[in-house]
Design a binder for this molecule. Structure first.
Ligand code: NAI
Ligand code: MG
Length: 369
Protein backbone atom coordinates (compact mmCIF):
# COMPACT_ATOMS: atom_id res chain seq x y z
CA UNK A 1 0.00 0.00 0.00
CA UNK A 2 1.48 3.36 -1.06
CA UNK A 3 1.37 5.97 1.69
CA UNK A 4 0.40 9.55 0.86
CA UNK A 5 1.29 12.57 2.94
CA UNK A 6 -1.85 14.55 3.64
CA UNK A 7 -1.45 17.96 5.25
CA UNK A 8 -4.63 18.91 7.02
CA UNK A 9 -5.61 22.52 7.82
CA UNK A 10 -8.92 22.67 9.73
CA UNK A 11 -8.83 26.49 10.00
CA UNK A 12 -11.50 28.14 12.15
CA UNK A 13 -15.29 28.45 12.45
CA UNK A 14 -16.94 25.16 11.44
CA UNK A 15 -13.59 24.08 9.95
CA UNK A 16 -12.46 21.78 12.77
CA UNK A 17 -15.90 20.14 13.04
CA UNK A 18 -16.16 19.21 9.36
CA UNK A 19 -12.47 18.29 9.07
CA UNK A 20 -12.88 15.78 11.92
CA UNK A 21 -15.42 13.93 9.75
CA UNK A 22 -13.15 13.84 6.70
CA UNK A 23 -10.31 12.61 8.91
CA UNK A 24 -12.57 9.84 10.24
CA UNK A 25 -13.00 8.59 6.67
CA UNK A 26 -9.28 8.94 5.89
CA UNK A 27 -8.32 7.07 9.07
CA UNK A 28 -10.68 4.23 8.22
CA UNK A 29 -9.38 3.97 4.63
CA UNK A 30 -5.91 3.53 6.12
CA UNK A 31 -6.89 1.05 8.85
CA UNK A 32 -8.83 -1.00 6.29
CA UNK A 33 -5.74 -1.17 4.07
CA UNK A 34 -7.40 0.70 1.19
CA UNK A 35 -5.33 3.91 1.08
CA UNK A 36 -2.34 4.72 3.29
CA UNK A 37 -2.45 8.24 4.69
CA UNK A 38 0.17 9.86 6.83
CA UNK A 39 -1.67 12.84 8.27
CA UNK A 40 -0.07 15.99 9.67
CA UNK A 41 -2.11 18.88 11.03
CA UNK A 42 -1.34 22.58 10.83
CA UNK A 43 -2.94 25.94 11.55
CA UNK A 44 -4.42 28.38 9.07
CA UNK A 45 -6.63 31.46 9.23
CA UNK A 46 -7.92 32.67 12.57
CA UNK A 47 -6.61 29.53 14.27
CA UNK A 48 -3.07 30.41 13.09
CA UNK A 49 -3.48 34.10 13.88
CA UNK A 50 -4.46 33.37 17.48
CA UNK A 51 -1.26 31.34 17.99
CA UNK A 52 1.35 32.90 15.66
CA UNK A 53 -0.08 36.33 14.82
CA UNK A 54 -0.02 35.38 11.14
CA UNK A 55 -2.52 33.64 8.82
CA UNK A 56 -0.16 30.73 8.15
CA UNK A 57 3.31 30.19 9.57
CA UNK A 58 6.39 29.63 7.38
CA UNK A 59 6.76 26.21 9.00
CA UNK A 60 3.24 25.21 7.99
CA UNK A 61 3.80 26.60 4.48
CA UNK A 62 6.86 24.33 4.23
CA UNK A 63 4.77 21.34 5.35
CA UNK A 64 2.14 22.23 2.74
CA UNK A 65 4.89 22.32 0.08
CA UNK A 66 6.17 18.91 1.18
CA UNK A 67 2.78 17.19 1.29
CA UNK A 68 1.25 15.08 -1.50
CA UNK A 69 -1.99 17.00 -1.01
CA UNK A 70 -3.36 19.70 1.29
CA UNK A 71 -6.86 19.44 2.72
CA UNK A 72 -8.28 22.73 4.03
CA UNK A 73 -11.65 23.30 5.73
CA UNK A 74 -12.44 27.02 6.06
CA UNK A 75 -11.21 30.31 7.46
CA UNK A 76 -12.57 33.71 8.45
CA UNK A 77 -15.06 35.34 10.75
CA UNK A 78 -16.02 38.48 12.65
CA UNK A 79 -13.65 37.61 15.51
CA UNK A 80 -10.74 38.69 13.28
CA UNK A 81 -12.39 41.72 11.66
CA UNK A 82 -9.98 44.17 13.27
CA UNK A 83 -6.69 42.37 12.47
CA UNK A 84 -4.26 43.92 9.95
CA UNK A 85 -5.05 43.18 6.28
CA UNK A 86 -1.88 41.13 5.60
CA UNK A 87 -2.58 38.68 8.43
CA UNK A 88 -6.38 38.39 8.15
CA UNK A 89 -7.55 34.73 7.96
CA UNK A 90 -8.18 34.83 4.19
CA UNK A 91 -4.52 35.80 3.64
CA UNK A 92 -3.57 32.24 4.63
CA UNK A 93 -5.65 30.83 1.78
CA UNK A 94 -4.26 33.32 -0.71
CA UNK A 95 -0.69 32.51 0.30
CA UNK A 96 -1.29 28.78 -0.13
CA UNK A 97 -2.76 29.30 -3.61
CA UNK A 98 0.04 31.64 -4.63
CA UNK A 99 3.06 29.83 -3.16
CA UNK A 100 1.87 26.43 -4.38
CA UNK A 101 1.16 28.04 -7.82
CA UNK A 102 -2.31 26.50 -8.02
CA UNK A 103 -3.44 27.68 -11.45
CA UNK A 104 -6.34 25.30 -12.05
CA UNK A 105 -9.49 25.50 -9.96
CA UNK A 106 -11.90 22.59 -10.38
CA UNK A 107 -15.46 23.04 -9.19
CA UNK A 108 -17.88 20.19 -9.81
CA UNK A 109 -21.60 20.85 -9.74
CA UNK A 110 -23.42 17.61 -9.09
CA UNK A 111 -27.11 17.23 -8.40
CA UNK A 112 -27.81 14.31 -6.08
CA UNK A 113 -31.19 12.79 -7.02
CA UNK A 114 -32.42 13.01 -3.42
CA UNK A 115 -31.82 16.78 -3.41
CA UNK A 116 -33.14 17.70 -6.85
CA UNK A 117 -36.03 19.58 -5.27
CA UNK A 118 -33.66 21.87 -3.34
CA UNK A 119 -32.66 23.62 -6.57
CA UNK A 120 -34.33 26.82 -7.74
CA UNK A 121 -34.67 25.11 -11.14
CA UNK A 122 -37.24 22.48 -12.03
CA UNK A 123 -36.36 18.87 -11.22
CA UNK A 124 -36.25 17.75 -14.87
CA UNK A 125 -33.72 20.46 -15.73
CA UNK A 126 -31.42 19.71 -12.82
CA UNK A 127 -31.78 15.99 -12.02
CA UNK A 128 -28.65 14.06 -13.00
CA UNK A 129 -26.55 17.22 -13.49
CA UNK A 130 -22.83 16.46 -13.35
CA UNK A 131 -20.59 19.19 -14.73
CA UNK A 132 -17.14 20.48 -13.92
CA UNK A 133 -15.99 24.07 -14.17
CA UNK A 134 -12.25 24.48 -14.74
CA UNK A 135 -11.29 28.04 -13.85
CA UNK A 136 -7.87 29.61 -14.50
CA UNK A 137 -6.84 30.83 -11.06
CA UNK A 138 -3.51 32.67 -11.18
CA UNK A 139 -3.77 34.97 -14.22
CA UNK A 140 -6.19 37.32 -15.94
CA UNK A 141 -7.72 40.54 -14.70
CA UNK A 142 -7.32 39.75 -10.99
CA UNK A 143 -3.54 39.91 -11.31
CA UNK A 144 -2.75 41.83 -14.55
CA UNK A 145 -0.72 45.08 -14.39
CA UNK A 146 -1.32 48.00 -14.47
CA UNK A 147 -3.91 47.77 -11.75
CA UNK A 148 -4.52 51.14 -10.14
CA UNK A 149 -6.74 54.10 -9.43
CA UNK A 150 -5.37 57.36 -10.83
CA UNK A 151 -6.48 60.77 -9.59
CA UNK A 152 -7.04 62.82 -12.74
CA UNK A 153 -6.98 66.04 -10.70
CA UNK A 154 -10.25 67.42 -12.08
CA UNK A 155 -12.49 65.78 -9.53
CA UNK A 156 -12.38 62.58 -11.59
CA UNK A 157 -10.56 59.35 -10.92
CA UNK A 158 -9.71 56.56 -13.33
CA UNK A 159 -9.65 52.88 -12.32
CA UNK A 160 -7.62 50.45 -14.40
CA UNK A 161 -7.58 46.66 -14.33
CA UNK A 162 -5.71 44.74 -16.97
CA UNK A 163 -6.59 41.35 -18.41
CA UNK A 164 -3.39 39.55 -19.42
CA UNK A 165 -3.00 35.99 -20.68
CA UNK A 166 0.05 34.37 -22.24
CA UNK A 167 -0.10 31.33 -24.52
CA UNK A 168 1.40 28.98 -21.90
CA UNK A 169 -1.20 29.96 -19.30
CA UNK A 170 -4.09 29.20 -21.66
CA UNK A 171 -2.46 26.00 -22.86
CA UNK A 172 -1.87 24.53 -19.40
CA UNK A 173 -5.43 25.20 -18.21
CA UNK A 174 -6.70 23.82 -21.51
CA UNK A 175 -4.74 20.61 -20.92
CA UNK A 176 -6.32 20.18 -17.49
CA UNK A 177 -9.78 20.51 -19.07
CA UNK A 178 -9.15 18.10 -21.97
CA UNK A 179 -7.57 15.49 -19.71
CA UNK A 180 -10.49 15.70 -17.29
CA UNK A 181 -12.97 15.38 -20.14
CA UNK A 182 -11.31 12.15 -21.31
CA UNK A 183 -12.09 10.62 -17.93
CA UNK A 184 -15.66 11.92 -18.03
CA UNK A 185 -18.02 12.38 -21.01
CA UNK A 186 -15.34 13.62 -23.39
CA UNK A 187 -16.79 17.10 -23.94
CA UNK A 188 -15.19 20.51 -23.35
CA UNK A 189 -16.93 23.88 -23.63
CA UNK A 190 -14.40 26.70 -23.77
CA UNK A 191 -15.63 30.15 -22.88
CA UNK A 192 -14.34 33.69 -23.47
CA UNK A 193 -15.47 36.91 -25.13
CA UNK A 194 -13.50 36.99 -28.36
CA UNK A 195 -16.07 39.40 -29.81
CA UNK A 196 -14.86 42.23 -27.52
CA UNK A 197 -11.60 41.12 -25.84
CA UNK A 198 -8.15 40.45 -27.31
CA UNK A 199 -7.49 37.95 -24.52
CA UNK A 200 -10.63 36.16 -25.74
CA UNK A 201 -9.25 35.99 -29.29
CA UNK A 202 -5.99 34.46 -28.05
CA UNK A 203 -7.83 32.12 -25.64
CA UNK A 204 -9.95 30.79 -28.50
CA UNK A 205 -6.93 30.42 -30.81
CA UNK A 206 -4.79 28.57 -28.25
CA UNK A 207 -7.55 26.19 -27.14
CA UNK A 208 -8.46 25.42 -30.77
CA UNK A 209 -4.83 24.67 -31.69
CA UNK A 210 -4.21 22.57 -28.55
CA UNK A 211 -7.33 20.56 -29.30
CA UNK A 212 -6.33 19.89 -32.92
CA UNK A 213 -2.80 18.94 -31.93
CA UNK A 214 -3.23 16.82 -28.80
CA UNK A 215 -6.91 16.16 -28.06
CA UNK A 216 -8.80 15.69 -31.36
CA UNK A 217 -10.77 12.81 -29.76
CA UNK A 218 -12.45 15.21 -27.31
CA UNK A 219 -15.53 17.11 -28.47
CA UNK A 220 -14.85 20.88 -28.27
CA UNK A 221 -17.33 23.77 -28.37
CA UNK A 222 -16.69 27.50 -27.98
CA UNK A 223 -19.23 29.69 -26.19
CA UNK A 224 -19.20 33.42 -25.53
CA UNK A 225 -19.20 33.75 -21.74
CA UNK A 226 -22.49 35.66 -21.49
CA UNK A 227 -24.24 33.12 -23.67
CA UNK A 228 -22.77 30.28 -21.63
CA UNK A 229 -24.22 31.92 -18.51
CA UNK A 230 -27.66 31.76 -20.10
CA UNK A 231 -27.21 28.15 -21.18
CA UNK A 232 -26.10 27.15 -17.66
CA UNK A 233 -29.45 28.20 -16.29
CA UNK A 234 -31.52 27.14 -19.32
CA UNK A 235 -30.11 23.68 -20.06
CA UNK A 236 -27.20 22.88 -17.70
CA UNK A 237 -27.08 19.14 -18.48
CA UNK A 238 -25.68 19.81 -21.98
CA UNK A 239 -22.27 20.52 -20.35
CA UNK A 240 -19.52 18.18 -19.21
CA UNK A 241 -16.31 20.21 -18.67
CA UNK A 242 -16.34 24.01 -18.96
CA UNK A 243 -12.98 25.79 -19.18
CA UNK A 244 -12.69 29.53 -18.75
CA UNK A 245 -10.58 32.39 -17.40
CA UNK A 246 -10.28 33.67 -13.85
CA UNK A 247 -13.03 36.32 -13.96
CA UNK A 248 -15.65 34.44 -15.98
CA UNK A 249 -14.82 31.30 -14.02
CA UNK A 250 -15.43 33.07 -10.73
CA UNK A 251 -18.94 34.04 -11.79
CA UNK A 252 -19.90 30.95 -13.77
CA UNK A 253 -18.75 28.57 -11.03
CA UNK A 254 -20.89 30.36 -8.46
CA UNK A 255 -23.90 30.15 -10.78
CA UNK A 256 -23.28 26.45 -11.43
CA UNK A 257 -22.82 25.82 -7.71
CA UNK A 258 -26.15 27.32 -6.80
CA UNK A 259 -27.97 25.22 -9.40
CA UNK A 260 -27.55 22.32 -7.02
CA UNK A 261 -28.92 23.83 -3.81
CA UNK A 262 -26.80 23.96 -0.67
CA UNK A 263 -23.35 25.42 -0.13
CA UNK A 264 -22.54 22.65 2.33
CA UNK A 265 -22.43 20.09 -0.52
CA UNK A 266 -19.78 21.59 -2.79
CA UNK A 267 -16.12 20.50 -2.85
CA UNK A 268 -13.30 21.98 -4.94
CA UNK A 269 -9.74 21.29 -6.02
CA UNK A 270 -6.94 23.68 -6.93
CA UNK A 271 -4.07 22.12 -8.87
CA UNK A 272 -0.53 23.18 -9.75
CA UNK A 273 1.67 22.12 -12.62
CA UNK A 274 2.80 18.51 -13.01
CA UNK A 275 6.40 17.73 -12.15
CA UNK A 276 7.90 16.70 -15.50
CA UNK A 277 9.76 13.76 -13.95
CA UNK A 278 7.36 12.32 -11.39
CA UNK A 279 4.00 13.51 -12.77
CA UNK A 280 3.09 14.66 -9.25
CA UNK A 281 1.44 18.04 -8.74
CA UNK A 282 0.79 20.36 -5.83
CA UNK A 283 -2.86 20.42 -4.87
CA UNK A 284 -5.25 21.93 -2.36
CA UNK A 285 -8.73 20.54 -1.70
CA UNK A 286 -11.38 22.54 0.12
CA UNK A 287 -15.12 23.12 0.36
CA UNK A 288 -16.48 26.06 -1.64
CA UNK A 289 -18.22 27.45 1.44
CA UNK A 290 -16.69 29.57 4.21
CA UNK A 291 -16.30 29.12 7.95
CA UNK A 292 -20.00 29.68 8.72
CA UNK A 293 -19.38 31.49 12.04
CA UNK A 294 -23.16 31.67 12.56
CA UNK A 295 -23.34 27.92 13.21
CA UNK A 296 -19.78 27.16 14.41
CA UNK A 297 -19.35 24.92 17.44
CA UNK A 298 -22.97 23.71 17.41
CA UNK A 299 -22.63 20.44 15.51
CA UNK A 300 -24.92 21.80 12.79
CA UNK A 301 -22.48 22.03 9.86
CA UNK A 302 -22.82 19.76 6.87
CA UNK A 303 -19.55 17.82 6.40
CA UNK A 304 -20.37 16.61 2.86
CA UNK A 305 -18.40 19.31 0.98
CA UNK A 306 -15.39 18.50 3.16
CA UNK A 307 -15.70 14.74 2.68
CA UNK A 308 -16.25 15.35 -1.04
CA UNK A 309 -13.00 17.34 -1.06
CA UNK A 310 -11.17 14.31 0.34
CA UNK A 311 -12.79 12.32 -2.48
CA UNK A 312 -11.44 14.81 -5.02
CA UNK A 313 -7.93 14.42 -3.51
CA UNK A 314 -8.18 10.66 -4.07
CA UNK A 315 -9.26 11.25 -7.66
CA UNK A 316 -7.01 14.08 -8.79
CA UNK A 317 -3.87 13.68 -6.67
CA UNK A 318 -3.69 9.91 -6.22
CA UNK A 319 -5.60 8.56 -9.24
CA UNK A 320 -7.73 6.40 -6.95
CA UNK A 321 -10.94 6.84 -8.91
CA UNK A 322 -12.56 3.67 -7.61
CA UNK A 323 -12.19 4.77 -3.97
CA UNK A 324 -13.37 8.29 -4.86
CA UNK A 325 -16.40 6.79 -6.62
CA UNK A 326 -17.17 4.77 -3.51
CA UNK A 327 -17.11 7.90 -1.36
CA UNK A 328 -19.44 9.67 -3.79
CA UNK A 329 -21.80 6.68 -3.77
CA UNK A 330 -21.73 6.59 0.05
CA UNK A 331 -22.75 10.28 0.16
CA UNK A 332 -25.50 9.66 -2.36
CA UNK A 333 -26.65 6.56 -0.46
CA UNK A 334 -26.95 8.42 2.84
CA UNK A 335 -29.00 11.14 1.14
CA UNK A 336 -31.23 8.49 -0.46
CA UNK A 337 -31.94 7.17 3.04
CA UNK A 338 -33.27 10.60 3.93
CA UNK A 339 -30.51 11.57 6.35
CA UNK A 340 -30.08 15.36 6.41
CA UNK A 341 -28.10 18.00 8.25
CA UNK A 342 -30.13 21.14 8.97
CA UNK A 343 -28.97 23.07 5.89
CA UNK A 344 -30.46 20.51 3.47
CA UNK A 345 -33.40 19.26 5.54
CA UNK A 346 -36.12 21.76 4.78
CA UNK A 347 -38.22 23.40 7.50
CA UNK A 348 -39.69 21.16 10.18
CA UNK A 349 -37.88 18.01 8.95
CA UNK A 350 -35.81 15.72 11.16
CA UNK A 351 -32.07 16.51 11.16
CA UNK A 352 -28.80 14.89 12.22
CA UNK A 353 -25.57 16.46 13.49
CA UNK A 354 -22.23 16.96 11.77
CA UNK A 355 -20.74 13.90 13.46
CA UNK A 356 -23.82 11.76 12.79
CA UNK A 357 -23.61 12.64 9.09
CA UNK A 358 -19.90 11.71 9.07
CA UNK A 359 -20.66 8.43 10.84
CA UNK A 360 -23.50 7.63 8.42
CA UNK A 361 -21.27 8.20 5.39
CA UNK A 362 -18.53 6.06 6.94
CA UNK A 363 -21.02 3.26 7.70
CA UNK A 364 -22.35 3.42 4.13
CA UNK A 365 -18.78 3.27 2.82
CA UNK A 366 -17.95 0.27 5.01
CA UNK A 367 -21.03 -1.59 3.88
CA UNK A 368 -20.13 -0.99 0.21
CA UNK A 369 -17.14 -3.35 0.47
P1 NAI B 1 -20.22 30.95 4.48
O1 NAI B 1 -20.03 30.05 3.31
O2 NAI B 1 -19.33 30.73 5.62
O3 NAI B 1 -21.74 30.87 4.97
C1 NAI B 1 -22.86 31.25 4.19
C2 NAI B 1 -24.12 30.58 4.75
O4 NAI B 1 -24.10 29.18 4.44
C3 NAI B 1 -24.21 30.66 6.28
O5 NAI B 1 -25.55 30.81 6.67
C4 NAI B 1 -23.69 29.33 6.75
O6 NAI B 1 -24.19 28.91 7.99
C5 NAI B 1 -24.10 28.40 5.62
N1 NAI B 1 -23.13 27.30 5.44
C6 NAI B 1 -21.90 27.39 4.89
N2 NAI B 1 -21.28 26.20 4.93
C7 NAI B 1 -22.14 25.35 5.54
C8 NAI B 1 -22.07 23.98 5.89
N3 NAI B 1 -20.99 23.21 5.64
N4 NAI B 1 -23.12 23.42 6.51
C9 NAI B 1 -24.23 24.14 6.78
N5 NAI B 1 -24.35 25.44 6.47
C10 NAI B 1 -23.32 26.04 5.86
O7 NAI B 1 -20.06 32.44 3.92
P2 NAI B 1 -20.07 33.80 4.74
O8 NAI B 1 -21.01 33.74 5.89
O9 NAI B 1 -20.23 34.85 3.72
O10 NAI B 1 -18.60 33.95 5.29
C11 NAI B 1 -18.20 33.60 6.60
C12 NAI B 1 -16.70 33.71 6.71
O11 NAI B 1 -16.08 32.75 5.87
C13 NAI B 1 -16.16 35.06 6.25
O12 NAI B 1 -15.12 35.44 7.12
C14 NAI B 1 -15.63 34.79 4.85
O13 NAI B 1 -14.59 35.66 4.51
C15 NAI B 1 -15.14 33.39 5.01
N6 NAI B 1 -15.07 32.63 3.75
C16 NAI B 1 -14.07 31.71 3.67
C17 NAI B 1 -13.96 30.90 2.57
C18 NAI B 1 -12.91 29.85 2.60
O14 NAI B 1 -12.39 29.51 3.66
N7 NAI B 1 -12.60 29.27 1.48
C19 NAI B 1 -14.88 31.01 1.43
C20 NAI B 1 -15.96 31.94 1.65
C21 NAI B 1 -16.02 32.75 2.76
MG1 MG C 1 -16.58 33.48 -6.20
Amino acid sequence: MTTYKLFVLPGDGIGPEIMAEAEKIAAWLTSAGIVGFEIEQGLVGGAAYDVHGTAISDADMARAEAADAVLLAAVGGPKWDGVPYEVRPEAGLLRLRKDLALFANLRPAICYPALADASSLKREIIEGLDLMIVRELTGGVYFGEPKQIIDLGNGQKRAIDTQVYDTYEIERIGRVAFELARKRRNKVASSEKRNVMKSGVLWNEVITALHARDYPDVQLEHHLADSLGMQLVRRPKQFDVIVTDNLFGDMLSDVAAMLTGSLGMLPSASLGERNAKTGARKALYEPVHGSAPDIAGKGLANPIAMIGSLGMALRYSFDLNDVADRIDRAISGVLDKGLRTADIAGAGKETISTAQMGDAILAELQSSL
